[in-house]
Write a protein of this length. Sequence first.
Length: 407
Amino acid sequence: MKCRHCSSELTHTFLDLSFAPPSNAYLTKDDLTKPERYYPLKVMVCDQCWLVQTEDYAQADELFDSEYAYFSSTSTGWLEHAKQYADKMIQELGLNEKSLVIEVASNDGYLLKNFLEKKIPCLGIEPTSSTARVAEALGIPVLQEFFGEKLGEQLSQEGRQADLISGNNVYAHVPDINDFTLGLAAALKPSGIITLEFPHLMRLIEFNQFDTIYHEHFSYLSFYTVARIFKNAGLRVWNVEELPTHGGSLRIYGCHESDDRQTLPIVQVILEKEKERGLQNLSVYESFQEKADAIKNEFLEFLITQKKLGKKVVAYGAAAKGNTLLNYAGVKPDLLTFVCDAAAAKQNKFMPGSHIPIMKPEALFKEHLDFVVILPWNIAKEVREQNIQLVKSGTQFVTAVPSLKYS
C-alpha cells in the first residue's frame, strides 16, 4: 500500500484492531439472520509525510449510504458549537445576502441553518440521502454527491465559488484527501477562506483515543501533514485554533497561496508543539498498540467483574467510537444489556458486530441500573447532566477512555 498523500510505501503499523464491521452499519432485526460485512481495521503511518491512514479495504460508497444513521443535530452541545462558529464567521467575514457559504458534508443542516436564518445564501454538499433530506426540509439546498476536484471545478464554472467553505469532521472521512483538497481550492473565491475541523492526531495519541479509529475515518491528521497537503493544492494555512470538541480538535483556516492574509504566529507554535510531542518520530506511533490493548483489557475486566457480581450494566450513546471499543473487546449483550441513544434513526436497531440492542433513552429509567457506560466519552458531561436523576438514585456513570473512570 502507498501513502494517500505522498505515495511513499507504507511499512509501519500504527494500530491493528483486527476485523470489524463498518461502525455506522446499524442492524435491523432481520439483519441479525444474515451475513455481516467485516473488514480489516489496520492503520498505517507514513514515515515521509506522517499521514496516518487505514488500509485500503472499505469503500466510501459502502460506508456512507442511504441508511447512514449519524445525525449531527442529536447533540445539543454540537448544535451550540455550530451556532457560535456561524456567528463568528458572519461577523469576521462580513457575510451578507451577496455571499455564498458552502459546507462539505452538511449532514442534516445543523450548521447551515444558522446562515439561512441570517438570509446568507448557502449550499450543502452531502452524499447520504438520509441526512440530506432533513436539511432540504429546512430549506437548505443540497447537492447529494461526494466532494472532490471534479465537483469543485463544476461549482467554479457555474459561478458558485464560495466566500466561506466549511468542513466539520469530514476531512478524515475522505479516501482521496488530495483530490478533496484540490476541490476546496477550485470552489473557493480568490479572497475566500476555508475552515476545516478535525480530531487532532496529537490528542488521539496523548489521550489514548484508539476508539476514534474506524473505517469511516480514512485519515488521522496532524497539523504538519494538513499544512503540507494544503500547500500541495495551492492553498495556505494561515491560522489554527485548538478546540475541545471530540476529545481535542483543530480548526484550521486556509486561503489561496496568493492571498495577502498574513500567516499568524500560532501556526508555527502548533507545528513546534507537535514536533516536541514526537509526531515526526516513529517510536511514538509504534508504541500506541500497547496503550490501546491496555484500555481494552481494563474495560473488559470491568464488565466481567460486574457480571460476576450480578450488577446491571448498560450503555449510553450508540456512537461509532463505541462500536470500535465493543468490537475490539469482543463485548456482547451478556456483558452489556442494551445501549440507549437519542437518535431515532438508531433506535430499535442493533449495534454492528456486538448485536447489542439500541433503545430509547427512557429505557434507562425502567429498572435500577448499577452502571451506565457512556460510549461517546466526548459528550460525557452533557449525558450525565441530562440524566442527573440516575446519579441521585445510585447509578454510576463510566467512561473507558483514556482509562476507566467512574462519576
